[in-house]
Design a protein around this ligand. Structure first.
Ligand SMILES: Cc1cc2nc3c(=O)[nH]c(=O)nc-3n(C[C@H](O)[C@H](O)[C@H](O)COP(=O)(O)OP(=O)(O)OC[C@H]3O[C@@H](n4cnc5c(N)ncnc54)[C@H](O)[C@@H]3O)c2cc1C
Length: 310
């Protein structure tokens, strides 16, 4: 189907974009990468009266590190995170492991992280990482600029705390310290499908015990989930040697965290090829595996640092 007709506006500054959005209220849509918007318009699920194309606003196309945070401008494409060294430290490793799961290269070369935060699909990898890491969403609207913590930002499928007349100008993520390991594992039907379930895990260890654990669940509820109950079971757990068996023993802290995530944190929504029980089981298994991957990543990082000091 062809989209319904609309007005097309190309602002050159954030102020012009906000003015164009505020003018028509709910009937205006921002065009960033267009990888979700154009599809929705063809399907007539979104029928904007005005499309505000932000691709000619140079200040939105910047990524930088400031005050211990990565600031990702609204035009930074998914593909910018593919190289592990594009972003310093373990955060760069996490983003580069996650990004290859987003669709395929042409979509990654156009789609943006901020666009994913605006679209708020429950199966978005970035959104789950955002809630796990306490991201901050910067928005500007007719009333000025404000910041929204990821914790209260996602309200449901395609629903967020952003007002329709507000433009996301950037997303900020905290950098991760060197005593941190990261993991990301995704389960999906084919390479180009959205995730059935995926998990992001971040483990920080001090003096041989887990000091901080962050777990983000993708497509395990109608919004991205931070698995806080599972995280709590890990704090203070001994960071012992790696498990020798391929399957984690049931009494291993990572396996326990997986079961807690599945029972207490996830609220899966059935979909055609994955009912809720299947997704819950996938959460239990993937949380355990992803924590194991994060622990292996941390061991490799610590070993490399020791090598550097020799
Ligand atoms: C075949 C296919 C497979 C895909 N697979 C995945 C996947 O596995 N994982 C995944 O996460 N995504 C996937 N996507 C979606 C893709 O990642 C999109 O790029 C992303 O959802 C939106 O980013 P965008 O920049 O393209 O936004 P657009 O399509 O331009 O916009 C999407 C929505 O967000 C709004 N918006 C965009 N930017 C802003 C802004 N700065 N401020 C305010 N509102 C804004 C728009 O108005 C619109 O409502 C897939 C898409 C397709 C077509």
């Amino acid at each position: 189907m062809k989209p319904a007709s609309f007005d097309y506006v190309v602002p050159r500054t954030v102020a012009e974009a906000v003015e164009a959005l505020g003018d028509t209220g709910r009937k205006a849509q921002v065009l960033a990468g267009g990888q979700s918007l154009i599809l929705e318009m063809h399907l007539h699920r979104i029928r904007p009266e005005r499309v505000v194309d932000i691709n000619r606003i140079p200040e939105l196309d910047r990524m930088c590190v400031e005050g211990g945070e990565l600031r990702v401008g609204a035009l930074v494409r998914h593909a910018a995170f593919e190289a592990a060294d594009a972003v310093p430290g373990p955060l760069g490793a996490l983003l580069s492991r996650a990004v290859v799961n987003i669709a395929h290269p042409p979509i990654r070369s156009r789609g943006t992280m901020a666009g994913s935060f605006a679209y708020a699909h429950p199966a978005s990898e970035w959104c789950a990482i955002g809630v796990a890491l306490d991201a901050t969403v910067e928005v500007t609207g007719p009333a000025g600029a404000r910041e929204i913590a990821a914790d209260g930002y996602f309200l449901g499928p395609n629903r967020t705390a952003r007002r329709p007349e507000e433009l996301i100008t950037a997303v900020r993520l905290p950098l991760l310290g060197e005593r941190t390991g990261v993991g990301f594992i995704e389960h999906r039907r084919t390479h180009f499908c959205f995730a059935q379930v995926a998990v992001a895990a971040v483990l920080t260890v001090h003096d041989g015990v887990v000091g901080d654990a962050r777990i983000g669940l993708v497509n395990s509820a109608d919004h991205p989930v931070r698995a806080r109950a599972a995280e709590r079971t890990l704090i203070g757990a001994e960071f012992g040697p790696p498990p020798t068996r391929r399957r984690l023993p049931d009494d291993h802290p990572f396996a326990r965290a997986g079961r807690v995530a599945a029972q207490e944190d996830a609220a899966p929504v059935a979909e055609p090829y994955a009912d809720a029980a299947y997704k819950r089981q996938a959460v239990a298994v993937l949380v355990g595996r992803t924590l194991r991957e994060a622990a292996a990543d941390l061991r490799a990082r610590l070993a490399a640092r020791e090598g550097d000091h020799r």
